[in-house]
Design a binder for this molecule. Structure first.
Ligand code: UD1
Ligand code: CA
Length: 459
């Protein structure tokens, strides 16, 4: 990223605040947007800008440690005494480092790596000790206001709640991302003092720099969303929406069709191959992957599910399932964790599959439940078939061989095996294994004769 190898980059990510305005028992930066915790978005952005992060947490926000990648230092600020105090704590964890230091608030989720890059450029280009990301966003907001001197340079930042009426009319605001010269930062932060609110404001660094006769640069971004902080649930919803807009744009640019983009929602870590079609009302969550030429939706939910190429999923719910290529699911099917459908499987309406493998070419067209089963290739599962996998205390497995014909309304009381090429009659209650090639009928089902598969009528 940076061209000068001596210009190492660190990033202080401040997340020790209490986030009281969220009214939550969960600490703020763990709330998800686009399927990932807020903090993870910020850590990604600073990493993409080539910076080594240091995360500042407090006792209250300590659970956020769970999403801090291994090797990333966490500095504890206890108690949190303000953003300036948080940077003091972060400096303690970055001793020895020189170069550029980004400071990003843990709730400034939408800041782009390219913008941080530009901010670093502004710092160096202007020979400044501090560069502030700002935006012109009108006056109906509670951002800190950027007060510029007669020469146009930044004089100070005044918090909205401490600002005079005239200062509140300033339209340029502090967006909560900074680049600073790390060596200078080390000398300047100890000069910050608690103000009338009892807090140590990072924003007061501007005054420290100005008193030393140093330059403070400001980069005004054209995209007002980059400054959105998450203080309330309403902010969280807004940011989630913007992130999802960006995600869909990214997939469309990479060759994915959305038939009604605004009605579909895609989590940040989802992968979609080119020429896939996402139909309206479709929700793709977690680590879901969709292969080339597959068509998902309308109205489907896929959670941590892998879909191969040329698949068709319609109005269904798939959780932790795997579909090989050319699989058809739905409408109205439910795949639960551990469902694995091999190539060419067809699953129709009102089917449920859990922790089971269906072999290639197997058809399960109408209202059936298959749980804890291994089903072979080319099997026909008749309407209303049910694996009775649970005896009230334990789960048992059902094994069905290749080319089996399961008659409509068959109950398979597990543990039970149906051999290759066998068949069951309509309404059979299978309590004992059916040998390969035999037809079992009745309740309980008995194997009565060899099964002759009827010839298919020519189409
Ligand atoms: C801050 C800025 C404001 C700016 C706005 C942009 C200050 C004083 N004000 O206000 O000028 O317009 O962000 O969104 O910086 N934090 C700590 N330790 C603390 C206090 C806060 O780590 O002791 C962290 C918080 O977890 C949060 C971030 O710093 O992620 C910002 O704190 P927050 O209280 O949200 O500041 P704002 O009032 O939004
Ligand atoms: Ca904030």
């Amino acid at each position: 990223m940076s061209e000068d190898p001596s210009d190492t980059r660190v990033a202080f990510v401040l997340a020790a605040g209490l986030g009281t305005r969220m009214r939550s028992r969960t600490c703020k930066v763990l709330h998800p947007a686009a399927g990932r915790p807020l903090l993870a978005h910020v850590l990604d952005a600073v990493a993409a800008a080539g910076a080594r992060p240091v995360v500042v947490l407090s006792r209250e926000s300590d659970p956020a440690r769970a999403v801090v990648p291994e090797g990333v230092p966490v500095a504890l600020q206890e108690p949190p005494r303000g953003t300036g105090d948080a940077v003091r704590v972060a400096l303690g964890a970055a001793s020895g480092a020189t170069g550029t230091c980004f400071i990003v608030y843990g709730d400034t989720v939408l800041v782009r790596p390219e913008t941080l890059e530009r901010l670093a450029g502004e710092l160096r280009g202007r020979g400044a000790v501090l560069a502030i990301l700002t935006g012109v966003v009108g006056t109906d907001n509670e951002y800190g206001r950027i007060v510029r001197g007669s020469g146009g340079d930044v004089d100070r930042i005044v918090e909205h709640r401490l600002a005079t009426a005239a200062e509140r009319r300033i339209t340029e605001s502090n967006f909560g991302a900074y680049a600073a010269d790390l060596a200078w930062l080390r000398s300047a932060v100890p000069k910050l003092r608690a103000n009338e609110t009892g807090e140590v404001f990072l924003t007061d660094l501007v005054k420290v720099a100005r008193d030393e006769g140093r330059t403070v640069a400001a980069l005004s971004t054209e995209d007002p969303s980059e400054g959105l902080g998450v203080n309330t649930r309403a902010d969280l919803a807004r940011i989630d929406g913007i992130l999802r807009d960006r995600i869909r744009e990214r997939h469309m640019a990479a060759g994915v069709t959305f038939t009604d983009p605004r009605s579909s929602s895609v989590d940040a870590d989802v992968e979609i191959a080119a020429d896939a079609v996402i139909e309206r009302g479709t929700i793709l969550e977690g680590r879901t992957r969709v292969g080339r030429d597959s068509r998902i939706g309308p109205y489907s939910i896929l959670r941590d599910t892998v879909v191969g190429e040329r698949c068709r999923v319609e109005a269904s719910v798939l959780e932790e399932a795997t579909l090989e290529d050319d699989v058809r699911v739905g409408p109205f099917s439910h795949l639960r964790p551990g469902a694995y459908l091999e190539r060419g499987v067809e699953m129709g309406n009102f089917g449920e599959v859990k922790a089971s493998r269906l072999g290639s070419g197997t058809k399960m067209h109408h209202f059936s439940y298959v749980g804890d089963a291994a089903v072979g290739k080319g099997v026909n599962i008749g309407a209303g078939t049910i694996t009775l996998n649970y005896d009230g205390a334990r789960k048992h497995r059902t094994e069905i061989g290749d080319d089996v014909f399961i008659g409509s309304d068959t109950l398979l009381r597990a543990p039970v095996t149906v051999g290759d090429g066998a068949a069951t009659g309509a309404g059979a209650v299978v309590t004992k294994d059916v040998p390969p090639g035999m037809l079992a009928v009745g309740m309980p089902a008995r194997a009565i004769k060899r099964y002759e598969r009827p010839k298919k009528a020519p189409k």
